[in-house]
Ligand binder design. Structure first.
Ligand code: ATP
Length: 501
């Protein structure tokens, strides 16, 4: 168990915190944490709506056990608290763990009893009870917030993950286990809970009999689902080659330079090189911002975690704040990684109008500013006009780039990239380049797709003439979204953003 968490919990108990809230669904891990912090001989009682009272203890072999504790068996949560408040049930026990009480915690009687117990703990020296709420859901009524300290349990670090793997190998008795597999699997296991890692290892072993480097693919597949289930992030595993981006030369060179630091982050830090924070890419739709995020993942050889601000903000606001913290926590645990914040403007436009939004923004900014971990942030936005100026100031992101509609040479390169992907070689003449003025990358890709489909159906060879015909029939972005594109052009001219081209 991580020494810092134990120290944090000890400190909370030492300073007489009445209620400690541990938001974690991995109850076994929390049991170990409690035993290690409070001591193996300490009486810990647990109450849950499903099982009533249980006594938690550690057996001779070091395994956590529980046995039924008969008193108060059929009591509901308010009876339980009432008994403790009246000291009818304390009998020397000092720690009460309340598990999964989210369905009962919001009733007026429970809230009031929790307040009374907390008050008593603060002012009555003889009343020693500490309440530890452990729940898979983070729900603290406003009335008791001031008596509660939250214990953050970080995701397992490398040392803990190594220990879990070794325990697995030992328990299953694999003598010919290749220990170098641990290093190969480590990045895929980071950012998962102990419980999830345990399941991954069980699955890897049951499919192949032992744990090998080849299990990386399988683990990544499951990790993708688990990260998605967390509801806030998506693990994007479609890395793009940097050469699949046409144009944007300045931005590509910039990312290549940063990759040299990130890939050797350990050495770089020793040499006092500043850890790259991230980059903010603002630009016209369909011009390759997402492509750049995916290419960065391939360049950095790091996982890409996508935080979709649009859907994060779709939920009610209290949830959004919690989700943002959770996303950052997962990213920190998965470092080195790339945290791609898509549509950042959807969250932070209009900050100041809402207390929660302002708090979220403040939290995000200070995390970004003080960040020492190798989580590289790529924020992308279509419209930066109404974003708070603090976000655009230097020191937050290392650099802000603007992506404009591709120039002649860039459009030629985009054609070449997409034709090459489809294994077609065609000379791009100035006619086609002129006909696609005002097109973005997505428009060009769609011209090629339509032309290729047409040639397939009519059994023809693709020619520049066919591309030209489809280009002329395409309504480009600069026509369909003229006002938006013109406004963006003005913003870019007035800003000090670096041109990505
Ligand atoms: P949005 O703001 O709408 O999300 P975006 O800037 O993130 O757009 P992408 O998703 O990266 O745009 O690109 C859309 C499509 O256009 C992709 O399929 C991509 O292949 C193609 N594309 C855009 N720009 C380029 C480019 N510079 N080089 C090659 N392909 C491009």
């Amino acid at each position: 168990m991580n020494k810092d968490i134990i120290a944090n919990l000890k400190k909370m108990i030492d300073v007489n915190t009445p209620i400690i809230y541990i938001h974690d669904y991995d109850f076994t891990r929390v049991d170990f944490l409690l035993q290690e912090t409070l001591g193996y001989n300490t009486e810990i009682l647990e109450w849950s709506p499903a099982l009533g009272y249980q006594r938690i203890f550690c057996d001779e072999d070091g395994y956590i056990q529980r046995n039924k504790y008969s008193s108060g068996k059929n009591a509901d949560l308010s009876d339980v608290l009432q008994n403790w408040y009246n000291e009818e049930f304390v009998k020397g026990a000092k720690y009460l763990v309340l598990r999964d009480i989210q369905d009962g915690i919001e009733t007026p009687k429970v809230k009031s009893l929790l307040q009374m117990i907390a008050q008593r703990k603060l002012y009555d020296l003889d009343f020693e009870l500490t309440i530890i709420i452990n729940s898979s859901i983070n729900l603290v009524p406003k009335e008791i917030e001031k008596y509660v300290s939250f214990l953050e349990i970080p995701y397992p670090d490398e040392v803990e993950i190594k220990k879990i793997i070794n325990d697995h190998v030992e328990t299953n008795g694999y003598k010919d286990f290749d220990t170098t597999a641990i290093d190969t699997l480590m990045p895929s296991l980071k950012g998962l809970t102990l419980f999830e890692i345990d399941r991954m290892l069980d699955m890897a072993m049951s499919s192949g009999g032992t744990l090998t480097k080849d299990d990386k693919e399988m683990i990544l597949r499951h990790k993708k689902q688990m990260v998605k289930k967390s509801g806030v992030l998506e693990l994007v595993d479609s890395p793009e080659d940097i050469n699949s981006i046409g144009g944007l030369e300045t931005l590509k060179k910039y990312l290549e330079t940063k990759s040299k630091v990130i890939k050797r982050i350990g050495e770089a830090m020793k040499a006092k090189v500043a850890v790259p924070k991230g980059v903010f890419i603002v630009g016209m739709p369909g011009c390759g911002k997402s492509l750049c995020a995916k290419a960065t993942a391939a360049l950095f050889e790091a996982p890409l975690l996508k935080l979709d601000m649009g859907s994060l903000m779709g939920k009610y606001q209290g949830e959004s704040e919690k989700n943002l913290r959770q996303a950052i926590k997962i990213a920190e645990a998965a470092a080195p990684c790339i945290l791609w914040i898509d549509e950042i403007e959807k969250a932070f436009t209009g900050v100041g109008g809402s207390e929660i939004l302002t708090r979220m923004f403040g939290y995000f900014l200070s995390w970004l500013q003080e960040k020492t971990s190798s989580v590289y942030v790529i924020a992308t936005a279509n419209n930066a006009a109404n974003l708070p100026p603090e976000l655009k100031r230097k020191g937050r992101f290392d650099e802000i780039f603007c992506v404009k509609l591709p120039e002649d040479e860039e459009r030629k390169q985009i054609f070449e990239v997409h034709l090459k992907k489809r294994k077609k070689t065609i000379n791009i003449s100035s006619d086609l380049i002129n006909a696609t003025k005002g097109f973005n990358g997505a428009d060009i890709e769609s011209v090629i797709n339509e032309a290729v489909e047409d040639c397939f159906i009519n059994e023809k060879n693709l020619t520049e003439g066919i591309l030209l015909k489809f280009a002329k029939n395409t309504v480009s972005i600069s026509k369909s979204c003229k006002k938006q594109i013109d406004d963006m052009d003005i913003i870019f001219k007035e800003s000090n953003f670096k041109n990505a081209s």
